[in-house]
Design a protein around this ligand. Structure first.
Ligand code: NAI
Ligand code: MG
Length: 489
């Protein structure tokens, strides 16, 4: 029997009936409360903060600022829900996660538009990458819920308890999915804190979770800034901490957790080398360089923010890259022709601009495309630095903007040593015609992910995580399940 229009029919009789505004026009409330114990509740101290559209600097909504009191309420709700949720038949748990996935799919247009409005990313990316990929994570982990014994043969699998999760602003919905979906599949309950500049899609996800009928308290969402995040990760009744964000905050969290029994995963910064050999398909490599650094304004922890290009093709590659940069459109995130949207916040723009100054003071040659940018909002033209050396700050430090540092190399070994010579180790890329070189390079680069002849490709089944200062632990795939389980012999 065909499902009625605008309704998803499930074999358990549950039906999703979206409000007309959620499928028609985009609805953003004037104010968002906290999602605790299955209800939307006002913050104890009555405080709210603005979330703005970084492309216009206009306020989109006001969002509850959760204090430690609210976080405590959320953790208590998660603890109360934990017993029944962890004992629920695994296939039933999976069913709830599938429901959330299907609602996200149904409301994907709305989620994509709000993601772009609140965070500044091009609608083409939120529509074609962020929201579909976020949904795919819920589908993927829903499927594992009743197969955990099969995933870890011969081991006894038990959930950890209450997971406290803090996420960044660069991929708000995707990061929420990376955190929530595996936690639920494994039988944990969740307190999630979205980033302060991009809380809106998390509140939309809260609506989807409520609509899915997830038992109250299984997922709680508390909005706020760093203090709220700190209250989540240091709460004594949180059993597992999952954090994605800056290496500096990651360090603070790691210190706070030392000596506790909390399990944790930290997904931190990066400074990936995208390595182009002379034998690569050059035009494809140039596209890969563009995707590597300009995707999501370069607000990507695994961005290919360093280009290492073999000397004999360096001039050709750099010229082709400059030509390609001229064609990139910077502007309105909601225009589907936009390639580079708004910088996420005034403070992030300030950080990026400081690096542009530093790079020039260090002796680098800066080149920016000549495109026009809007008067209002936060913008940065696509930028490259040549004539930089390994010790330069623009080569060593995460800028988190559309800024690429370009170096050359002669030999394979020189490429490896330059690629590995930063404090980070999250990702890398290699462009070559030779399969053997790919295998040798992937073994030589100390990074969690290495792409070959492509860049910034993601899949729920593949693990993600860093070496060195890029973090601790893995998310995604089977590894991502392991991070939410006690595995006993
Ligand atoms: P951040 O690390 O301060 O923010 C990330 C999240 O952590 C936010 O939700 C924030 O509210 C929360 N937070 C802040 N202080 C906290 C604390 N003491 N305890 C618990 N949670 C806390 O990053 P920020 O300041 O927004 O960006 C600064 C730099 O960090 C960027 O320029 C970029 O280089 C890097 N970054 C890296 C990300 C990644 O995916 N690896 C994501 C976001 C930022
Ligand atoms: Mg915002």
């Amino acid at each position: 029997m065909a499902a009625p229009e605008n309704k998803l029919a499930f074999d358990d009789g549950w039906q999703y009936s979206p409000a007309p505004e959620s499928t028609g026009h985009i609805k953003i409330d004037k104010r968002y409360e906290l999602f605790i114990g299955g209800k939307f509740v006002a913050p104890e101290k009555g405080k709210y903060f603005d979330t703005i559209n970084p492309a216009t600097e206009e306020r989109l909504s006001r969002v509850a600022d959760a204090s430690a009191l609210d976080v405590d309420k959320a953790v208590k709700a998660a603890r109360k829900a934990y017993g029944p949720w962890s004992r629920l038949k695994a296939a039933e748990r999976g069913k709830y996660i599938y429901r959330i996935a299907r609602i996200m799919q149904e409301r994907s247009r709305e989620f994509a538009v709000i993601e772009s409005l609140d965070g500044g990313k091009p609608i083409r990316e939120s529509r074609d990458v962020d929201i579909p990929l976020a949904t795919a994570h819920f589908f993927y982990y829903a499927g594992w819920a009743d197969k955990l014994e099969y995933a870890f043969p011969g081991r006894k699998v038990k959930p950890l308890g209450v997971a406290g999760q803090v996420i960044p602003w660069n991929f708000p919905m995707l990061m929420a999915s990376w955190k929530i979906a595996p936690a639920l599949a494994c039988g944990n309950t969740v307190v999630l804190k979205p980033a302060e500049t991009t809380p809106l899609t998390a509140m939309k996800l809260a609506e989807a979770i409520a609509d899915a009928g997830l038992p109250p308290g299984v997922v709680n969402i508390v909005t706020g800034a760093g203090d709220t995040g700190a209250a989540v990760v240091t709460h004594p009744d949180v059993d597992k901490v999952a954090f994605t964000g800056s290496t500096s905050v990651g360090r603070v969290i790691q210190k706070a957790l030392a000596g506790t029994n909390k399990k944790y995963t930290l997904e931190l910064g990066g400074k990936a080398a995208n390595i182009v050999f002379a034998d690569a398909a050059i035009d494809q490599a140039v596209e890969g360089i563009v995707t590597g650094i300009f995707f999501n304004q370069g607000h990507v922890c695994c961005a290919g923010s360093r280009l290492l290009v073999q000397e004999s093709v360096a001039d050709e590659v750099v010229q082709k890259l400059k030509d390609r940069m001229e064609t990139l459109i910077v502007g309105d995130p909601l225009d589907k022709n936009t390639d580079i949207g708004a910088i996420n916040s005034a403070s992030q723009l300030k950080t990026i601009e400081a690096y542009l100054a530093v790079g020039q003071e260090e002796g680098g040659t800066m080149y920016q495309s000549s495109c026009a940018v809007p008067d209002k909002g936060y913008w940065c033209r696509p930028t490259i630095f040549t004539d930089v050396s390994q010790s330069n700050r623009v080569v060593q430090e995460e800028i988190f903007g559309p800024v690429l540092a370009i170096q050359t190399f002669r030999t394979f070994d020189e490429a490896v040593s330059k690629a590995n010579n930063t404090p980070y180790g999250l990702s890398g890329g290699i462009w070559t015609d030779k399969g053997a070189k790919i295998f040798k390079m992937t073994q030589s680069i100390r990074a969690g992910v290495v792409w070959a002849n492509t860049f910034n490709k993601f899949d729920p089944a593949s693990p993600f995580g860093g070496y060195k200062e890029s973090g601790v632990g893995r998310e995604g795939g089977l590894h991502g399940l392991g991070a939410y389980l006690k595995l006993e012999a």
